[in-house]
Every structure is written in C-alpha cells, then in structure tokens.
Write a protein that binds this ligand. Structure first.
Ligand code: NAD
Length: 383
C-alpha cells in the first residue's frame, strides 16, 4: 500500500492528502481548515455516525465519507489523519494510523493518560512519522508574538507568570477543572518558555463548593527552571469571564488579555529595578527601591485563524521531515504535569514531581526523531 506520495512537499505543487476522523463539535473546524489550506487536499471525513460526517462535508462534495477506521486506513490515497474524537479514543486510533504509515495530528489532549501518550510518542518515532498535537492557542498571533518576545530577550529573565482562566463553565462529567482548562495554560507555557514546560514540582489546591465531587476551582503553581514561578488559576464557577496572562520579566512585563481584541497584548517597560535592590537586611536599610515607569507598547497583531497556521505547520513538518512546533512530546509534557497536579491535589497541595519515566521517553524520542536535535525553539509559522 502506498501511504505517502513520493516527491510531494505539501508546500510545493502537490498538496498532501488528509482525512479528518471525528465530525462532532470540533472536527468541523479541522475540516474547514484542511479544505481551505493550499497545503492539503481533504480526501475523507470519518465518523461512526455517518450523518455527522455527511453534514460537515455538505452537499455535492467530492470529499468521501467513511464510518470505520479500518476501512479508512486501508485506503491508499491518504497521507495523514487528523483525530478529533473523544480523548479516550485518541491512543488506539493514532496507533493504528501510525502502524498504517500515516502522519498523525491529534486534538488535545494527546491521550487520556500520560502512559498512553508515551506509547504514541514512541510509536511515532519508531514509524518515522510526524505526530503533532493541536495546541490551538500556540498558533494564535498573540501567543506567537509572546514566544518571540521571550526568545528575543525583550522581557529579560522570567520572574513570574500569572494566568487566570475563569468563567461560568460546564461542570464536566469525566474531568475536574484542572484537566478541562489548565491544558491550555500548560501548553502555552510549554510553547513560550525557552526551556519548555519542565517543572521539577507542581503544587495544586482546589475546591468543590457545590459538592460536584471534583475540583471546580483550582490553583496550581510551579517553580520554573529559570528560577521564577508560574501560577495558574482555573475556575468553572466565575460569572465573570477572565482570560489574562501576565509575564513579569526582569526588564519588562507583558500582559495578554485575550478578551480585548483592540489591545490583546501590551508590553510595559515598567518594573522594579532589581540592580538597586538590597541583598540583605543591613543593606536594605540603606537601599531605596527604584521603580521604572516607561512606555507601554501595543503591537499590531494580524487577525487570522489559529487553525490555518496549525494545519500549515503539520504540512511543513512532514515536508521538512522535522519535529512540529507542537509535537507529541509537548502533548506528553502537558499530560505528565496534569498527572502531577492530580497527585498534589489528592495530597493536600504537597509538591508533586512529574513522573521521570515520561521525561525519559520525551528525551529519547527527541534525540531519535528524524536524527535531529529537538525543535524546542523552532521558527514561528505563517499560514
Ligand atoms: N483545540 C481545541 O481548542 C479543542 C476544542 C474543543 C474540543 N477539542 C478536542 O477535540 C476532540 C473532540 O471533541 P468534541 O467536543 O468535538 O467531541 P464530540 O463528542 O462532539 O465529537 C466526537 C466525534 O467523534 C466521533 N467518534 C467517536 N469515536 C469514533 C471512532 N472510533 N471513529 C470515528 N469517529 C468517532 C463521534 O461520533 C463524534 O461525532 C477532543 O479531544 C477535545 O478535547 C479541542
């Protein structure tokens, strides 16, 4: 079976051929973006419920409908699949697709457990296929700007990150508020921090004031490798919606408010001048704290859909035989931190270390993948 065209680039004359699996709430967004992308031909949509797949492709479409993964993967005209099914099904579907020689894009979370995710990451490396995760926020102009700002040293050393993601949310039947909302914050941290998401420990506390049987309000904090600290507040019970991300640096402070389209990102040339800070009690008596009150920069960010950049990156990783910006290892890092969150929560907020085994898997795979060094700081993508 020929599963990949020879000589195609996805960025050259012949687009890659994709199938989207899962046509529920999120799948149609992938379908639309694969269809609109010059890098892709959407060949098929697969859903156990045929009506859903038919509805998403619309009338008089040349895109075909499949209702079985086996039949889909037996086709010889598909280079890659994108999986938008419930999290529990990600690992079995992705493993079958990798075994059939397909490149795989998986919706977040990569899997329902870090163990399953580690199996997927290993399988992709062994099959020499791209395994990419759709951490959608990482493909927004705001997050790409933040990543570049940090890489360029505009903020200086990261002293703290404070993320607030609160709103009146649905109490999910199967996961608590950390597993529902914090993957967004963790995947963003993994993407923007020059060292990625590699906390030594995580501490989490939560509360369940409604008696839902799970945390509905959550706070997690983790020391950063750089010496700073990151704090994330997630909450399903807030009548006020807040999406605010503050990065305090030794030179400048960046504030990202995703609900303010006119001024999503602002960089404040303000802060405490650390050079004049006293180091001990004796010096403190003599020292005066100095505050800088400089300009505020508001960058003009392009308005474009994150998913169009995401599908372009998927094609670029395949054609370039490189690790995608959000690879399987990134998905695994997020899951291993979430597991440490659950352990800490059960232990009354005591610091918990993400499991070493997963980090080992990540390092092995990063060393193995395409024989290259990990692209922790790969280039920003354009759709
Ligand atoms: N990136 C984002 O911002 C974002 C947003 C929402 C959801 N998601 C993710 O997308 C995924 C899907 O979520 P959803 O809300 O669309 O779920 P959903 O339940 O609305 O849809 C899932 C679809 O998958 C189909 N399906 C299930 N098992 C299948 C199988 N074995 N073969 C073929 N089809 C199968 C179902 O019939 C259903 O139509 C989840 O992983 C979710 O976390 C991501």
């Amino acid at each position: 079976m020929e599963s990949q065209r020879s000589g195609t680039s996805g960025l050259g004359s012949e687009p890659y051929r994709a199938a989207v699996i899962g046509a529920g709430y999120w799948g149609p967004n992938l379908v639309r973006n694969f269809r609109e992308s010059p890098h892709w031909d959407l060949v098929a949509v697969c859903d156990l419920e045929e009506g859903r797949a038919r509805k998403v492709i619309g009338a008089r479409s040349t895109v075909e409908v499949e209702t079985s993964i086996e039949t889909l993967l037996a086709r010889d005209d598909i280079d890659a699949v994108a999986i938008a099914t419930p999290a529990r099904t990600h690992a079995p579907i992705a493993l079958a697709a990798l075994e059939a020689g397909r490149h795989v894009l998986v919706e977040k979370p990569l899997a329902h457990t870090p163990e399953a995710a580690a199996t997927m990451v290993r399988a992709a490396a062994e099959a020499d296929r791209v395994l990419m995760i759709d951490h959608t926020y990482c493909y927004t102009p705001a997050v790409q700007y933040i990543r570049k700002t940090l890489q360029d040293g505009v903020l200086g050393d990261v002293l703290y990150v404070d993320s607030v993601r609160i709103n009146l949310g649905l109490v999910q039947p199967d996961v608590d508020v950390f597993w529902d909302l914090a993957p967004h914050d963790l995947s963003i941290l993994d993407f923007i921090l020059p060292c990625g998401l590699r906390p030594q420990t995580v501490s989490a506390t939560g509360s369940d004031p409604l008696g839902a049987g799970k945390a509905c309000v959550g706070y997690l904090s983790m020391p950063l490798l750089s010496g700073g600290i990151a704090h994330v507040n997630v909450n399903w019970l807030s009548p006020t919606k807040i999406r605010q991300f503050v990065i305090g640096g030794s030179k400048r402070t960046l504030v990202w408010d995703d609900l303010q389209p006119q001024q999503r990102v602002a960089v404040f040339d303000r802060g405490v001048d650390l050079a004049t800070q006293a180091r001990d009690a004796r010096q403190r008596e003599a020292a005066t704290v100095s505050y800088r009150l400089g300009d505020i920069t508001v960058p003009a960010l392009p308005e474009r859909e994150a998913l169009s950049a995401m599908v372009a990156e998927f094609a670029g990783a395949i054609s370039g035989q490189r690790v995608p910006l959000t690879d399987g290892a990134a998905g695994l890092r997020v899951l291993s931190v979430l597991q440490a969150v659950s352990t800490s929560l059960a232990d009354g907020g005591a610091p918990s270390a993400p499991v070493d085994d997963f980090e080992t898997t990540i390092r092995e795979v990063e060393a193995f993948a395409f024989g290259q060094a990990p692209l922790v700081n790969g280039p920003a993508v354009q759709p």
